[in-house]
Design a protein around this ligand. Structure first.
Ligand SMILES: [Zn+2]
Length: 161
């Protein structure tokens, strides 16, 4: 299912478990997260509906390296993939990177104008789990405080119910 978030931002959500995928049509064509392998066909179909071919994706931003967020990277042959390890050189100035460890050590959030992409850190009705092996529960509160201070209008989390 495709939800239009703004003129150039689309949210792809799936019936089966897996993260939402966000498509940003800026000077580059960007995906934030790629959902889980099980949703591969639906990801492709939704992009087709939006008239985007997989090879047109220039950049993939991963909120973190969990299988339900990074499942379909192999579909996007021309995309440069950024995660917390290599994000410093991000070539899109309009996107702000916010380090939000807690759910996982490598969790990132992204801010584009007044739209916040919060991965598994912050959901509409709660926060992400911090009891996973790669979690950093002691960092979660700071990360949430960081997000609270941001003046965003639209929250785009990794999962919606
Ligand atoms: Zn996760």
């Amino acid at each position: 299912m495709i939800n239009k978030i703004a003129t150039n931002i689309f949210q792809l959500c799936f019936k089966k478990f897996g993260s939402c995928v966000y498509l940003l049509k800026l000077e580059k064509t960007i995906l934030i997260d790629t959902s889980t392998k099980e949703n591969k066909q639906e990801v492709l179909e939704d992009l087709q509906t939006l008239k985007i071919k997989p090879e047109q994706i220039d950049i993939i931003l991963l909120t973190h390296q969990h299988y339900d967020h990074n499942g379909n990277l192999n579909l996007f042959k021309k995309a440069k993939v950024y995660d917390s390890k290599n994000i410093k050189e991000l070539p899109i100035r309009e996107i702000k990177i916010i380090k939000t460890p807690g759910h996982s050590k490598d969790s990132l959030s992204f801010l584009y104008k007044d739209v916040l992409f919060s991965g598994d850190t912050l959901f509409h009705n709660g926060i992400g789990r911090t009891d996973l092996p790669e979690s950093q529960p002691e960092k979660m509160q700071d990360s949430l405080e960081k997000l609270k201070k941001i003046n965003y209008k639209i929250l785009c989390p990794g999962h919606i119910d």
